[in-house]
Design a binder for this molecule. Structure first.
Ligand SMILES: *Cc1c(COP(=O)(O)O)cnc(C)c1O
Length: 362
């Protein structure tokens, strides 16, 4: 039992390796694999995760923002890195760090070409982002003619990839919509390929699409959540291994009698003798108020301890009645006996949100 630190996120690189092999096994060997390591590799540690995945043979990485890509380069990552949501203010940095921007609008295309020309670039790799009914980022079918007109004016950039993103690949009720997205992507991507006269990398699938729509893999897939151990499906969850365990320790224990109350707004009222503990993690660390008042709990020495009262900024109080434990003992927020999916469900959210929320404590 570690008593050296208050709150830590333990990362199991062996589990990451297992998940990578599982996801990889779902696609043909000649299809490239892009690991999505945005948001600190979903709240883990992007450089550490990317280093391990590089060794395992991942072909590409994706981040959301330019500075995340710069951090990976500083950490020694040499594989291609796609920046999903670059801002024009950072375009020089993109080129200086050999990052590949997603080009999603005419403004971004114009500005990126300007920077590439200023820096004397030839055939600088970019990925064209298509909007296929998600309506977040990307060119629509009607924009493509203008894109080609603009491209004809320069040899500073080259379309290395063409991609889009699915809205509901994990949801079988939305299968028809997903197939419409897939069909539109196929149509637009093939038109673009024909116009270019060479084959760019086409990529569409995220984790759930890799599993549910093998026909959508094209030349490369993009996986995030699966690598971290979650499959948006109980059957897939069983075959993956969550890589993170968020742990803390008991700060103080109180023995309360009937009539006492716990925490802000006296939200927990003691109705029988209660043993409770205070732990050093709170809503500033992503354990939000929605988990309070018994809606979620943590594990102490293998036993479930519900959160009592309101979640505080840096602390939570838990009911440890009947659990043998002492101050300084380890508490597991998620990982081990506590599956993130269950914790997320209790807080009305999804695994993606739970695991990415713990930057301040890692
Ligand atoms: C985050 C993201 C992914 C990864 O999705 P998962 O469901 O975590 O596999 C893939 N593509 C894009 C464009 C994304 O933003």
């Amino acid at each position: 039992m570690s008593k050296t630190r208050e709150t830590i996120l333990e990362i199991d690189l062996g589990a990451l390796e297992h998940n990578y092999h599982f996801m990889r096994s779902k696609i043909n060997g000649d299809i490239k694999f892009m690991a999505v390591v945005k948001a600190f590799a979903y709240g883990n540690d992007a450089t550490k995760i990317a280093k391990k995945l590089s060794k395992l043979g991942v072909d590409y990485f994706a981040v959301a923002y330019v500075d995340e890509g710069v951090a990976l380069r500083k950490g020694g990552i040499e594989k291609p890195i796609l920046v999903l949501h670059p801002q024009s203010i950072n375009f020089e940095k993109i080129i200086e760090n050999c990052l590949e921007p997603s080009i999603y609008s005419e403004f971004v295309l114009r500005e990126f070409i300007k920077t590439a020309e200023q820096l004397d670039q030839k055939n600088y790799p970019i990925h064209l982002k298509l909007n296929t009914y998600l309506n977040r980022l990307g060119f629509s079918e009607d924009d493509l003619e203008k894109v080609f007109t603009k491209l004809a004016t320069t040899d500073s950039i080259k379309i290395t990839g063409v991609f889009s993103h699915l809205a509901a690949s994990e949801d079988w009720k939305e299968r028809e919509f997903t197939l419409q997205q897939l069909n539109l992507f196929r149509k637009l991507a093939f038109t673009i390929t024909e116009k270019l006269g060479y084959q760019p990398l086409l990529h569409l699938s995220n984790t759930s699409a890799i599993i549910n729509y093998p026909e959508a893999a094209f030349h490369m897939v993009r996986s995030g959540i699966g690598l971290y151990g979650f499959g948006n499906d109980p059957e897939i969850d069983k075959q993956l291994k969550p890589i993170g365990t968020l742990k803390t320790i008991i700060s103080q224990i109180h023995h309360l009698k009937e009539g006492a109350t716990v925490g802000y707004n006296r939200a927990f009222k003691v109705t029988e003798d209660t043993k409770m503990a205070t732990i050093p993690i709170g809503h500033a660390d992503g354990i939000n108020r929605q988990y309070g008042n018994g809606r979620a709990g943590v594990y102490v020495n293998g036993k479930y301890a519900p959160i009592i009262g309101n979640v505080c900024m840096d602390m939570i109080m838990i009911n440890i009645s009947g659990i043998e434990c002492e101050e300084g003992d380890e508490v597991i927020i998620f990982g081990g006996p506590q599956h993130v999916t269950k914790f997320a469900y209790n807080g009305n959210t999804i695994s993606y949100e739970v695991i990415t929320e713990h930057f301040t404590t890692c």
